[in-house]
Structures are given as structure tokens and as C-alpha cells.
Design a protein around this ligand. Structure first.
Ligand code: ADP
Length: 168
């Protein structure tokens, strides 16, 4: 089983094989963690993203990490929370699972996720964490030995406390 590690702080500092970006469907940059990743990776990241022609909600695409310590960025698009009856949980799980599938196909062993959709997309944090952890655990059990460590990078104290409680 892969090790699941809660990390408190800025995902851009993590020297994992890949970090995941909570991107939007345009893949052309935004605020929050997306803005932080583009600032830290440098302008080549936006050039690479322009060639990807966007990304649907629940899907993910990969680029190099450029100036980041991480080798790759996996750009995943989580759902906007619209009350919970619009496939939000399914789409959030897809974003995590598709990111892990891309990671495996690039021989990525260590991967860091932000708390996808819990910023401006307004997904309730505890619900999002439950989906994220279950999806990651299920994936790692279904493909044993492929991913060695998954970091949950929690930028805000609320998410950090939720993850520590759910994973202990
Ligand atoms: P979304 O649009 O998917 O909600 P946001 O970037 O607005 O994406 O927020 C997703 C999560 O990323 C939030 O929990 C926010 O606290 C967190 N976040 C913001 N900046 C960073 C960062 N530099 N590293 C890790 N997480 C971050």
C-alpha cells in the first residue's frame, strides 16, 4: 500500500515526482493553487498548457514541471460545487483517479495533491477530503506497487486538520 502523508503548506515546494494542479477547464491559469504553481514553474508552463486545448471537468493532463522541484505537473479539473446533486462527488473522484492513472503511465511514484475544488470552487472541505482519501486508497489498492507515496498538501489549517483526523 502506498504511504499517505499529510503535508501542511505550499505544494509548489514539494519535490515529489509530480504535483497536481487544481486547474480550470481552460488550463490557461487562474488564482489559488493554480496561480502559485504557474508563478513557481515559470512562463514555460503556460506555453505548455496552451498546447493542451483545455481539459474537461474530472479529467487531467500532464506537463513538465519546468522550474518546480517536481518533475511534472498534472493539471486536474475538479467540479464547481453546485449543491451536491450535480455529480460533484463523481467528478471529484474522477479528477483524483485520472491524475493517478496519468501518473502511473509516466512511471511517477510520488505525487502531491492539493485539496481540489475546496477553494473558489466551494466544495465542502470535509466531504471533499473523504472523496479524495477514498479514491486514492481504492486506486492504490487496485494497482499495487505503482504509486509509493501520496502527499495531501493542505494549505489552510481547516483542511490540514480534516486530513489529519481522517487519516489517523
Ligand atoms: P479550486 O478552484 O479547485 O477550488 P483553489 O486553488 O481555489 O482551487 O483552491 C484549492 C485548494 O488549494 C484550497 O484548499 C486552497 O487553500 C489551496 N491552495 C491555495 N494555494 C495553495 C498552494 N500554494 N499550495 C497548496 N494548496 C494551495
Amino acid at each position: 500500500m502506498a504511504q499517505l502523508t499529510v503535508y501542511k503548506g505550499d505544494i509548489t515546494t514539494l519535490a515529489a515526482d509530480a504535483i497536481v494542479n487544481a486547474a480550470n477547464t481552460s488550463l490557461l491559469g487562474g488564482g489559488g493553487v493554480d496561480g502559485a504553481i504557474h508563478r513557481a514553474a515559470g512562463p514555460e508552463l503556460l506555453d505548455a498548457c496552451r498546447k493542451l486545448n483545455g481539459c474537461k471537468t474530472g479529467e487531467a493532463k500532464i506537463t513538465p514541471g519546468f522550474l518546480l522541484p517536481a518533475g511534472y505537473v498534472i493539471h486536474a479539473v475538479g467540479p464547481v460545487w453546485r449543491g451536491g446533486n450535480n455529480d460533484e462527488a463523481l467528478l471529484l473522484a474522477n479528477a483524483y483517479r485520472n491524475s493517478l492513472q496519468i501518473a502511473v503511465s509516466h512511471s511517477i511514484k510520488t505525487i502531491a495533491f492539493p485539496n481540489i475544488s475546496t477553494g473558489v470552487y466551494n466544495y465542502p472541505k470535509e466531504n471533499a477530503a473523504t472523496v479524495a482519501i477514498k479514491t486514492v486508497k481504492d486506486f492504490c489498492e487496485s494497482q499495487p506497487g505503482m504509486i509509493s507515496e501520496v502527499f495531501f498538501a493542505c494549505f489552510d489549517a481547516e483542511n490540514y486538520n480534516i486530513y489529519v483526523n481522517l487519516l489517523q
